[in-house]
Design a protein around this ligand. Structure first.
Ligand code: PEP
Length: 249
């Protein structure tokens, strides 16, 4: 099992308004959270500053995307320097919605990871197979290929959390069973041991994402190689997100 601190991230995706963000922040500020858990939330870019200015320092803030390098003439993009400038310490990269809806590939995602880490922006690095890939017995091949693309861009593993998110489980209500998740987490940890180092394998948090909610988090959290969660839909509800944070075992 990993030796890292339990980590729970909330990915708000393209949801919210000033009003709903304000309500969610006040619910999170009022929640009692286990102390032994790192907690991060990822609002849409336009609400990051509102969240930074109102949310307790107990919870860190992440972006959901970043430009591949230094800012400049890149219309519509946001740079790592700008995120850090407003107190945002993390970025989610390789999320399945960016891979499969927006069309980002391993190479592009790898560039983003390398540049973000070079600026000390920490990375939640997402991997995961499509349903047809799982059914074809390719789950490990797909996850290891995505891991390799990240690993080629990473030197400082202490600034990285790996999120295993099977695409068929994201936003579908169809959560992986604890055994299905554990099997992939153990394989990813083993991949890190073989390809990076035993120390990195043991220290790197491997979190699970895909329809995690207040009802299924406890069983998943008991698994040896599940070091936390990346939560989409259920992170938009403050009390339920707190339940997931407090599922640490
Ligand atoms: C996610 O987007 O990272 C995610 C896991 O979404 P959901 O929890 O809604 O499946």
């Amino acid at each position: 099992a990993g030796s890292g601190k339990f980590f729970v991230g909330g990915n708000w995706k393209c949801n919210g308004s000033k009003e709903s963000v304000s309500k969610l922040v006040s619910d999170l500020n009022a929640a009692t959270l286990e102390s032994d858990v790192d907690v991060v939330v990822a609002p849409p870019f336009v609400y990051i500053e509102q969240v930074k200015n109102s949310l307790t320092d107990r919870i860190e803030v992440s972006a959901q995307n970043v430009w591949i390098g230094k800012g400049g003439a890149f219309t519509g993009e946001i740079s790592a320097e700008q995120l850090l400038d407003i107190g945002c310490k993390w970025v989610i990269l390789g999320h399945s919605e960016r891979r499969h809806i927006i069309g980002e590939d391993d190479q592009f995602i790898g560039k983003k990871a390398a540049y973000a880490l070079s600026q000390n922006l920490k990375v939640i690095a997402c991997i995961g197979e499509l349903l047809e890939e799982r059914e074809a017995g390719k789950t490990f091949d797909v996850c290891f290929k995505q891991m390799k693309a990240f690993a080629d861009s990473i030197t400082n593993w202490q600034d990285v959390v790996i999120a295993y998110e099977p695409v068929w489980a994201i936003g579908t209500g169809k959560v992986a069973t604890p055994q299905q998740a554990q099997e992939v987490h153990a394989a990813v940890r083993d991949w890190l041991k073989t390809n990076i180092s035993p120390d990195v394998a043991s220290a790197t948090r491997i979190i699970y994402g895909g329809s995690v909610n207040g009802g299924n988090c406890a069983e998943l959290a008991k698994q040896e190689d599940i070091d936390g969660f990346l939560v989409g839909g259920a992170s938009l509800k403050g009390p339920e997100f707190a339940t997931i944070i407090n599922s640490v075992t």
